[in-house]
Design a protein around this ligand. Structure first.
Ligand SMILES: O=C(O)CCC(=O)C(=O)O
Length: 226
């Protein structure tokens, strides 16, 4: 079964570039206590800084376990999908969920309260994406038909790297280190004018340092188009 991804990818612009584009310069923007965002130039890092956020340790180990307990039984019934040539994602299974147990709902409310402005209309189902350790997400922009200006995602089980590349200028990019149990938020320009992707393990190098990518589950909240 292909749920939201089908809907999102059908209206995606084609993958514009591979993730092998050249990097010439790297600048750092410390987010909270760590530098979790690097970019092609300081100006871009500053400019997009308010529209890209990574919050480390957004959920505790216990909260991660609660999500896994709730999600694993359903995910285990599905097979990872690898071989759809036109998919934006390789090596994944997914689900969406409207109702959650109280502990997960409490965390999701925390996500909603930090990521979305009050009164913002949210997409009802929360999207859950389970990437196999060999899986990856190719560069894409989420359909403007299905989701609004903000995407907020929790990363469970593994660190990973999300890469944003400017749609019409591949030399402009940001890499976001998404530690396990962190929350990332993409807003506005970062969501509309930059492709995003999750790098495969072999390519997961952040600011010169290898980041081991294992199986990763993301829990993603979105708002509705305005
Ligand atoms: O797994 C993630 O955090 C990113 C998911 C994604 O790229 C998407 O759903 O559009």
């Amino acid at each position: 079964m292909k749920l939201l991804l089908t809907a999102y990818t059908r209206t995606l612009r084609p993958a514009l570039r591979t993730s092998t584009h050249r990097r010439t310069r790297t600048d750092l923007l410390p987010v909270r206590d760590q530098a979790l965002i690097v970019g092609s130039n300081q100006d871009l890092v500053q400019r997009l800084g308010s529209q890209v956020e990574v919050r480390t340790g957004f959920i505790s180990e216990e909260e991660e376990e609660v999500f896994l307990r709730e999600l694993e039984p359903g995910l285990k019934k599905k097979r990872y999908e690898f071989d759809h040539w036109d998919d934006a994602i390789h090596g994944y299974r997914e689900t969406e969920r409207v109702s959650w147990g109280s502990a997960c709902e409490e965390v999701l409310n925390r996500v909603r309260s930090v990521a979305f402005s009050e009164g913002s209309q949210l997409l009802g189902p929360v999207h859950v994406l389970d990437l196999d350790r060999s899986g990856y997400i190719k560069p894409h922009i989420d359909s403007v038909k299905f989701c609004g200006s903000t995407i907020a995602g929790l990363s469970l089980l593994s660190d990973s790297i999300m890469r944003l590349v400017k749609e019409d200028s591949s030399g402009e990019w940001l890499d976001l280190l998404l530690p396990r149990r962190s929350l990332y938020i993409l807003r506005d320009q970062a969501r509309y004018h930059f492709t995003h992707e999750i790098l495969k393990d072999e390519e997961s190098v952040f600011n010169g340092q290898k980041v081991s990518r294992g199986r990763r589950i993301s829990v993603i909240c979105r708002n509705l188009p305005g």
